[in-house]
Design a protein around this ligand. Structure first.
Ligand SMILES: Cc1cc2nc3c(=O)[nH]c(=O)nc-3n(C[C@H](O)[C@H](O)[C@H](O)COP(=O)(O)OP(=O)(O)OC[C@H]3O[C@@H](n4cnc5c(N)ncnc54)[C@H](O)[C@@H]3O)c2cc1C
Length: 402
């Protein structure tokens, strides 16, 4: 397949080693880990993180100045797939959301002091962070409508607001909050990003949100939080006032492709489980599920869909690498909703082939099914990406509204 032809020497060398590490030290254990409270599991993950760092795999796609490996996005796509098949893979390599997005943001827009205080320990894996934009009272799909305010008073910002789905807030050291700094400005210039240490008085966790019956903790959680007269120095502003939405694009652009790459890893793992089970589960003497044409259809369709999504993702990574984020805007929208759909379809089929076993927590499939339904919602819902893509296409046909 084409994917073999575009692997660089660096990737060809790294991939077998990383795949062996995942097969020996992660995949056999991650189902059990996923049933443990995060704070109890953390020391196990930290020990493995040290191994990853010692091997020279830490932060694959980040600046070597900050301990990263400097892989380009296309190279990272291959590594991301290899590690993305475990819910803990990205975390072990320190390229997990929401931290990697914040690292990229600080790297681009942070002052030297902000990079020293926040980016450095984040890149070293010593602290965790989160990103607080979405609010329960306003549609996240149109984030120019937002209630959180950051009012400048002397050399401080005073922040008041209500956020939710702040992933990994629990136990994090700081959040980057999106807040309105000038309600009278044009919609896309109203908001700014401000760094808020999570131990700042007035910043409160209301709860970790229960997701389909599961309330996580630590890195594996999504919090509802409140800012009540939270005061931070004005020097905690990230970038310039009014630049919040421009910076959000900087953060979300790479974030989307990182998710798609990870989803390919999940697809491959689910596909592998589906095929193994189909090959060994006897339906009658001498015949397994894999002998049934309807099961074969699920396997064949899944293979073709995963390959299509993978090629689109790799091609988008290459385009971003060669021509930049802006040139790849349509491709990023396409892969975001397309890959999320394929991911959900493949998981659904893998569960179906496993029968009752598929919906138990005895395999990793149910966890992925529960966690990754959200793939069609976070970092832009299916509908917003489809609308954005269609509008851009139709603009070329001189359709201006809609
Ligand atoms: C697991 C998870 C993690 C998240 N992590 C974070 C985080 O760390 N930080 C953060 O700030 N936010 C986070 N979010 C929030 C996420 O960004 C929002 O959920 C998302 O932007 C959608 O906003 P909303 O939930 O308010 O839905 P709404 O905007 O209210 O939309 C509801 C539905 O309306 C439909 N819709 C919306 N717009 C259109 C359109 N243009 N055309 C047609 N239909 C449309 C869609 O079907 C959509 O699902 C996370 C969400 C999830 C599920």
């Amino acid at each position: 397949m084409l994917t073999e032809l575009i692997k660089t020497e660096r990737v060809k060398q790294l991939l077998p080693e990383i795949k062996a590490f995942m097969a020996e030290e992660v995949f056999p254990y991650d189902l059990a880990w996923s049933k443990m409270p995060f704070f109890q599991l953390e020391s196990t993950l930290n020990a493995l993180r040290e191994k990853v760092r010692a091997k020279g795999w830490w932060l694959p796609n980040f600046d070597p100045h900050y301990g990263g490996q400097g892989l380009n996005l296309l190279e990272h796509a291959f590594i991301a797939e290899a590690i993305g098949g475990s819910p803990f893979g990205y975390y072990l390599f320190n390229c997990q959301a929401p931290d990697i997005g914040n690292m990229e943001l600080l790297h681009i827009a942070g002052t030297p002091a902000q990079c020293e205080i926040y980016l450095k320990p984040l890149s070293e894996g010593k602290i965790r962070s989160c990103f607080a934009m979405t609010e329960p009272e306003f549609a996240g799909s149109n984030p120019v409508r937002m209630g959180t305010l950051a009012v400048k008073e002397g050399d401080e910002y005073i922040i008041n607001g209500h956020k939710w789905f702040t992933t990994a807030f629990d136990g994090s050291a700081f959040t980057i909050v999106m807040a309105v700094t000038d309600p009278t400005a044009a919609p896309h210039q109203r908001a700014s990003m401000v760094i808020v240490p999570t131990d700042t008085p007035g910043l409160k966790m209301v709860r970790n949100l229960p997701i389909m019956g599961h309330t996580g903790e630590g890195w594996v959680s999504h919090s509802e939080i409140r800012f009540e007269n939270v005061r931070v120095p004005a020097s905690n502003l990230l970038g310039r006032e009014g630049q919040g939405f421009a910076l959000a694009q900087v953060r979300l652009g790479p974030g989307r492709i990182h998710h798609c790459m990870r989803w390919m890893g999940i697809c491959e793992r689910a596909f592998d489980l589906m095929c193994r089970y189909a090959a060994q589960r006897e339906i009658e003497d001498g015949r397994t599920l894999g002998d049934l044409q309807m099961v074969q259809q699920m396997i064949a369709e899944s293979r073709a869909e995963i390959d299509a999504a993978k090629l689109m993702t790799l091609s988008t990574a290459l385009l971003i690498e060669k021509a930049g984020q802006k040139a790849a805007a349509e491709d990023v929208s396409s892969i975001k909703f397309f890959t999320a759909k394929i991911l959900n379809q493949v998981l659904d089929r893998a569960i179906q082939v496993h029968g009752g076993l598929g919906i138990t927590d005895d395999t990793i499939l149910a966890l992925f099914y529960r966690e990754e339904r959200a793939a069609r919602i976070y970092d832009g819902t299916d509908e917003t990406h489809k609308a954005s893509l269609a509008r851009k296409i139709l603009k070329r046909y001189a359709v201006s509204k809609g």
